[in-house]
Design a protein around this ligand. Structure first.
Ligand code: 5GP
Ligand code: ZN
Length: 131
């Protein structure tokens, strides 16, 4: 059983900030910024790529609700919401989860950089994806 399944089953402790029949949200041990939260399905799916859409929709609703609460209660100025799918994207726990990372300033704990690729062939990619 994976570590998040054990947390969901209350076999190991965690700071659970929300749960219902399908969804559980815990504070991330790392606390990249104060209030860093992980929203996950109670059933085990590896990541967003194999999570059923109806469940994904519930995860999204809870993510929005908790993001609003975090902004209000912790006085965050914004949030980054992200999910890593597979190790190449930085996923280390293979139980689907969405990170809510509250932002207090552009210089706080999260460094997220989108590098532009001037050589990208956008038309070729568009044609592949539209097929
Ligand atoms: P990933 O890299 O898979 O997107 O994120 C996994 C996250 O889970 C990391 O940010 C890490 O700090 C967090 N994490 C790993 N193990 C535990 C744990 O046992 N308890 C809690 N609360 N968070 C964990
Ligand atoms: Zn699991």
């Amino acid at each position: 059983m994976c570590i998040f399944c054990k947390i969901i089953n209350k076999e190991i402790p965690a700071s659970i900030v929300y749960e219902d029949e399908d969804v559980c949200a815990i504070l991330d041990l790392a606390q990249v910024t104060d209030g860093h939260t992980l929203v996950m399905p109670k059933d085990h799916f590896e990541n967003i790529l194999d999570c059923p859409p109806v469940l994904l929709s519930k995860i999204s609703s809870v993510t929005q609700m908790l993001s609003k609460q975090i902004v209000t209660k912790l006085n965050a100025k914004g949030v980054n919401v992200l999910t890593n799918a597979n190790p190449v994207a930085g996923q280390t726990v293979m139980h689907f989860h969405v990170h809510i990372i509250p932002r207090y300033s552009a210089e706080d704990g999260l460094i997220l950089k989108f590098k532009q690729n001037p050589e990208a062939d956008i038309k070729r990619i568009e044609n592949i994806l539209k097929k």
